[in-house]
Design a protein around this ligand. Structure first.
Ligand SMILES: Cc1cc2nc3c(=O)[nH]c(=O)nc-3n(C[C@H](O)[C@H](O)[C@H](O)COP(=O)(O)OP(=O)(O)OC[C@H]3O[C@@H](n4cnc5c(N)ncnc54)[C@H](O)[C@@H]3O)c2cc1C
Length: 328
């Protein structure tokens, strides 16, 4: 019986990316249900901090120092080192499944690792369970209208996991970290020449506890002023539908849905959003969904916890006043 591997991506601060902590939690649950050991793997120029953090979630972490990762594309380097690790692994150590986050780097890594090893990839899992034949991976198709469950021919492969599918929870006791030399093929030298941060980007909406989102109903870029004020007073982030983004009222980085981001805040306040399936798939796992819409029959009424039927500017402004009047 093989192990389950979790790839720990280094975050921008050198610690563990939040998504990797979520994936590690999922792998730990699968390890417990399938009776398999779970092993984390971190490849980075300075893997120490990310490896230590990953060890809070899984019992054993392999830490691989790859100096070139400081100024080269991480995904290609990490894929080459993982291929080396797999090549050198004893049969008993070979993993039955390799889990990585379905962020931009994780998706790149999965593709490169698949090409190097011949393992198949199941992408953007929305849930994973363990079946008799290996991982059973649920994925969203046709904008969430279908949720097919797939497995690997031969039972082994790579799974990329969408953000916010599980909540990251550390294990009861921390695991160990072992330094490893991986070897592997020489990776393509994809040098990073510049890193560009989006100007004025707020806290990432994937990590926000509260999101106030605006749709076509806000009517224009000035309508997002109210959305932003509500987000600010609630200490939350601003989200948007594709209709609002495509109209140029707000940046793509705030788009939520099938072709945007998947979020899981505690509270999702939707202003002037109809609740199309392509938007719903990005926010349906929010703790509470409160919608303001002047149409009582808007599709969002079917899945919101609370629908306030009314004009969003009247309701939103009254709410803003109430929130601002809160003591201290
Ligand atoms: C392949 C594909 C991918 C897509 N990906 C995404 C995606 O990632 N994210 C996404 O969001 N969409 C996506 N879409 C688009 C999606 O189908 C919808 O068109 C979009 O979500 C609608 O946005 P909306 O709710 O803002 O606009 P609308 O559907 O036009 O809804 C506006 C709502 O505002 C209400 N309203 C208007 N004025 C007011 C007011 N003054 N007060 C209160 N309520 C008011 C209306 O009653 C209406 O319900 C995708 C579509 C396709 C085909």
């Amino acid at each position: 019986m093989g192990d389950l591997w979790v790839i720990g991506e280094p975050g921008p601060d050198g610690g563990l990316a939040r998504l990797s902590a979520e994936v590690a939690t999922l792998a730990r649950e699968l390890g417990a249900s399938s009776g398999r050991d779970v092993v984390g793997v971190v490849v980075a120029a300075e893997p120490g901090a990310a490896a230590d953090e990953l060890a809070r979630h899984v019992p054993r972490v392999l830490s691989i120092t790859e100096p070139a990762a400081a100024d080269h594309a991480w995904s290609a380097l990490a894929a080459a080192r993982l291929a080396g690790l797999l090549d050198g692994a004893a049969p008993a150590e070979a993993p039955d499944a390799i889990f990585v986050g379905a962020g931009p780097d994780g998706r790149d890594l999965a593709g490169a690792l698949s090409a190097l090893t011949g393992l198949g990839v199941l992408t953007s899992a929305t849930a994973v369970t363990w079946s008799e034949t290996g991982p059973a991976v649920e994925m969203s198709a046709f904008g969430g209208k279908l949720l097919p469950t797939s497995g690997f021919t031969g039972g082994r492969g790579i799974v990329t996991v969408r953000p916010n599918v599980v909540t990251a929870v550390p294990a009861g006791s921390p695991g160990t970290v072992e330094a490893r030399d991986a070897g592997g093929p020489a990776p393509p030298a994809v040098k990073v020449v510049e890193r560009v941060s989006e100007a004025g980007a707020a806290a990432p909406i994937e990590e926000a506890r509260i999101i106030v989102a605006g749709g076509r109903g806000v009517g224009g870029p000035e309508g997002f002023g109210l959305v932003e004020q509500l987000a600010s007073v609630l200490d939350g982030a601003v989200g948007a539908t594709r209709a609002a983004v495509d109209s140029g009222w707000i940046g793509y980085s705030q788009q939520i849905g099938q072709t945007g981001k998947i979020v899981k805040p505690e509270l999702y306040l939707a202003l002037g959003i109809s609740g199309a399936i392509q938007h719903k798939v990005g926010m349906q796992t929010a703790g509470s969904i409160v919608a303001v819409n002047r149409d009582p029959d808007a599709p969002i009424a079917e899945f919101a916890d609370l629908l306030v039927v009314g004009d969003l500017f009247e309701v939103g402004t009254a709410l803003l006043e109430q929130l601002r009047a809160r003591p201290g």
